[in-house]
Design a protein around this ligand. Structure first.
Ligand code: GDP
Ligand code: MG
Length: 847
């Protein structure tokens, strides 16, 4: 509970103070020290200030400030005590005997216990190893991927270490904390609003300069943090020289070498975090540790002696002064002109204290000079907001005059200059012993080659689909035979009646028509996982960049688009890595035209039914191709006429190639396969039963199956909408399939499976497959469906309404129903027009 929640007269014990270093320091100096009892003298709701008594003094705080202090109230402590008593064995219970009212000592013990939960945020560039640390420490299985943007949400996990509970939050990767991309804003908000106790800044030590840029911004924010110099194995293999301690001192942040892939350095990292968390707020002006705090720390330290390597840099547990302390809050020097501007702004910002508990004023001043929109908005809420912005504008103009660059660039350059200098001072020398990226460099020479790159890429994509379809055929046949045998068997053992018909013709036929594609989907996902994890996907984006620009989007849009071939939903979510909102939106809008694997079942069913073997793969390829062409056309149209706005330039990352581990690949593939199976058990099962029921009722035994279907509910629905699809030559059964596919596209296939299920006798021989399709061919041809109609039907399936899940994802990611609705309308319209045109032209040409 927060101090602001205590009512007048109530008592509590301080657990911890949240927020940035400047704020914590001020509050601790007022006497709000962990474990101390506070009493509320006066807390009137909505009335500032609130009066407290702490350590014998009366102090007043503003409401927002009291909100940043975590306390444990007497009643909370009592509740905890009772819980403990309930759990304790009889023998222990005697010793724990309840005492009322609780003594201050007991209260303090309860507070200190609660304090042992540390909220830690993992912040760092994409691909630096945050998720690897998260997984290693918490035992989670979050996705580790070798391209940027794998983590798009905050993931939470818990780790236990030396008596403390670490609540880890794995945040999306960012290069900076400006307000350009949604991730950057997201990470900023997480840090400011969720007020983690600690930040672990994960750094890829093979790319120090760029990674430290983010560090400089975190330093500005005055956070309690450590840097994990991750991938230290690679740095050592290269033989780089770097004095970590010096670098740490220069930044005022401990720099801990780590290898998160194996977990090396994690113990030391956590040990140092505990040290800093418990010690660093409690130093007096001369740098001596508060003796009470020191005693607690030493006690804790003794019980874990020797468990975390001998000497460590940041230690508050020896003697009265911190041992080899590296941590200090530095004001990163931006050079005279910028510093001058900062101090002018600082002075102006200081006049108002309503933001002080949340933001370091220096940080806000720097952000304002960076022309940060969010900071401007914040400052706008202050009474002297206009004044502050006027000061900023004058200062920025001065910087422009003196440095001949705009203040935003000037701040950035100053930060890089700082980093460069710090590295120089820390004796940073890139080793020559071995180029860890030698392989990467050689490979990139070919893979991103001007002339070879493209053909190689197409060969790979072609291989991917070819292997998927040919190799996938075998397990597919097995499952198919299994499903048929199951249907047969159930049909024989169950008594006649609607229930048997529902199980055989509804559930087994419907779900069976879809489940057979699981192997192919797994193979496709295995390929995509391999390309992502190895780093090839990032190259593909690089190769495609120029082409993508012609579509009006960025190279970065390419990864989501390729993912769309698997499933559109995660693909829509993956667009978050695209910095420019405009590119993002366009990518999202055209994504449904990427033929997702849910459409495969119906493609295969229809092509196998209507086309000779040698044409089948061409029909398939043509569908994928038409989808891509439409995506290109649409995105050109959208970028020109529909989605307005400017683009922001950004870096395109090329992570080093890494050979994906079998385990990771297996997991990634399986995760996706699992989603597919889940869908099967859920929406597809339900839809199959509904479609079956609509076709079964009203039921008349004496009718032939065809007559039965025509007069059933589904037949009536299909007949009603039939005129709408006359231009495409679809009959009512096809219309019903399309209607059912709105839920999920697999349902088109399962619906057809149900609609055409029935009296055929499945042969047990090797020809089962061709017999099945021959049967289907007979039935569908009898309905007047020609290959041309069948092809137009596939075109319609390809282009129309993406499934409900995709629409929901677009709504979430674009932030409004507007774009989701737009997608529904344009895709369906496009499908209608394209299939009508193809049908009419095809008919004229005599197909
Ligand atoms: P994130 O984007 O920051 O979450 O990074 P990930 O945890 O997804 O890791 C990116 C890649 O770096 C993965 O391929 C990891 O296996 C790899 N990786 C992570 N830590 C290390 C390390 O210490 N050494 C080496 N060599 N590779 C690592
Ligand atoms: Mg990650």
């Amino acid at each position: 509970m927060r101090l602001s929640d205590l009512k007048t007269g109530e008592k509590g014990v301080i657990v911890k103070v949240l927020g940035h270093g400047g704020f914590r320091k001020r509050i601790v100096e007022m006497g709000f020290i962990k474990g101390k009892v506070v009493q509320v003298l006066l807390n009137a709701p909505l009335q500032d200030p609130v009066k407290y008594k702490v350590m014998g003094y009366e102090v007043s705080l503003r409401h927002e400030e009291a909100e940043m202090i975590e306390v444990i109230s007497v009643s909370e402590a009592e509740k905890l005590q009772q819980e403990e008593l309930m759990q304790a064995s009889d023998a222990v219970r005697g010793k724990l005997a309840e005492e009322r009212p609780m003594t201050d000592k007991q209260l303090k013990a309860a507070a200190m216990k609660k304090r042992r939960i540390i909220n830690v945020a993992l912040v760092g560039n994409p691909n630096c190893g945050k998720t690897s640390l998260f997984n290693f420490a918490s035992g989670a299985h979050e996705r580790v991927g070798n391209y940027s943007g794998v983590t798009v949400d905050a993931k939470e996990g818990t780790a236990f270490f030396e008596g403390y509970e670490f609540r880890l939050v794995d945040l999306p990767g960012t290069y900076s904390l400006s307000a350009y991309s949604p991730e950057e804003m997201y990470v900023r908000r997480q840090i400011i609003d969720k007020t983690p106790d600690f930040v672990i800044n994960v750094i890829d030590s093979s790319n120090l300069e760029r990674n430290l840029y983010l560090t400089t911004q975190l330093v500005d924010m005055n956070l309690r943090m450590v840097c994990a110099l991750n991938m230290f194995d690679e740095l050592e293999a290269r033989g780089d020289k770097l004095d970590l301690r010096t670098l740490g001192v220069l930044f005022g942040v401990p720099m801990i070498p780590t290898v998160f892939k194996t977990g090396k350095g994690v113990d030391l990292l956590f040990h140092i975090i505990i040290n800093m968390y418990e010690g660093m707020d409690f130093l007096d002006k001369d740098g001596n540790i508060n003796p009470e705090v020191a005693r607690d720390l030493q006690e804790w330290h003794k019980s874990y002696e020797g468990k975390h390597g001998g000497d460590h840099e940041e230690d508050y547990s020896h003697g009265t002064r911190p041992n080899k302390s590296v941590y200090r809050h530095i004001h990163l020097n931006h050079g005279v002109y910028i510093e001058d501007a900062i101090s002018k702004l600082y002075e102006e910002l200081q006049r108002e204290d309503s933001l002080r508990h949340k933001y370091s004023m220096r940080y806000l001043a720097i952000k304002l000079l960076e022309m940060d929109a969010h900071a401007e908005k914040l400052v706008g809420t202050l009474s002297n907001g206009k004044q502050i912005l006027a000061v900023r504008d004058a200062a920025a103009a001065n910087i422009q005059k003196e440095l001949k660059e705009d203040s935003e660039t000037a701040v950035m350059n100053a930060k890089y200059a700082f980093i460069h200098g710090a590295l120089q001072e820390a004796g940073y020398e890139e080793g020559t012993k071995m180029d860890t990226y030698q392989v990467t460099h050689i490979l990139d020479h070919f893979i991103t080659h001007k002339y070879f790159g493209f053909p190689l890429f197409f060969v790979l994509i072609f291989m991917m689909f070819w292997v998927t379809f040919t190799l996938g055929q075998y397990p597919m046949d097995w499952i198919d035979t299994g499903v048929a045998a199951l249907g047969d068997w159930v049909g024989r053992v169950m008594p006649d009646g609607p229930l048997r018909d529902m199980v055989v013709d509804g559930i087994i036929a419907g779900v069976g028509a879809v489940i057979v594609f699981l192997p192919q989907i797994l193979i496709l996902y295995a390929f995509i996982s391999f390309m992502e994890d190895s780093g090839y996907m990032a190259r593909a984006a690089f190769i495609m960049d120029r082409l993508m620009h012609k579509m009006g989007v960025h190279g970065k849009s390419f990864i989501p688009l390729i993912m769309g071939f698997g499933c559109n939903v995660p693909a829509v979510m993956a667009t978050r890595t695209i910095e420019s909102r405009r590119s993002r939106l366009i990518t999202m809008l055209v994504l449904p035209l990427m033929s997702c694997s849910a459409r495969l079942p119906i493609y295969i069913m229809i092509t196998s039914t209507f086309f000779a073997l040698k044409y089948r793969s061409w029909i398939m390829i043509s569908l994928y191709f038409i989808g891509i062409v439409m995506a290109v056309l649409m995105s050109r149209i959208f970028s020109r006429y529909v989605v307005k706005g400017d683009d922001v330039p950004f870096v395109m990352e090329l992570p080093p190639y890494r050979f994906p581990t079998g385990k990771a690949m297996f997991r990634h593939t399986w995760e996706k396969g699992k989603q597919y199976l889940k869908k099967m058990g859920g929406i597809i099962l339900v839809a199959s039963v509904i479609v079956w029921a609509l076709g079964y009722f009203p039921h008349h035994e004496e009718l032939t199956p065809q007559e039965q279907q025509e007069q059933s509910y589904i037949g009536r629905i299909g007949k009603t909408i039939e005129p709408a699809f006359r231009a495409q030559g679809f009959d009512w059964k096809l219309d019903v399939g399309l209607l059912a596919g709105v839920g999920a596209k697999e349902i088109v296939a399962s619906t057809m499976g149900v609609l055409y299920a029935g009296d055929e006798t499945v042969a047990d021989d090797e020809e089962a497959d061709s017999v099945k399709y021959a049967n289907l061919h007979k039935k569908m041809s009898a309905d007047g469906i020609t290959p041309l109609v069948a092809f137009c039907f596939l075109l319609f399936v390809l282009l129309y309404f993406p499934c409900i899940a995709t629409i929901a994802a677009i709504k979430n990611e674009s932030g409004s129903w507007k774009w989701a609705l737009f997608t529904v309308i344009y895709t369906t319209g496009l499908a209608w027009i394209v299939s009508a045109v193809v049908y009419q032209v095809g008919r004229l040409m005599g197909f």
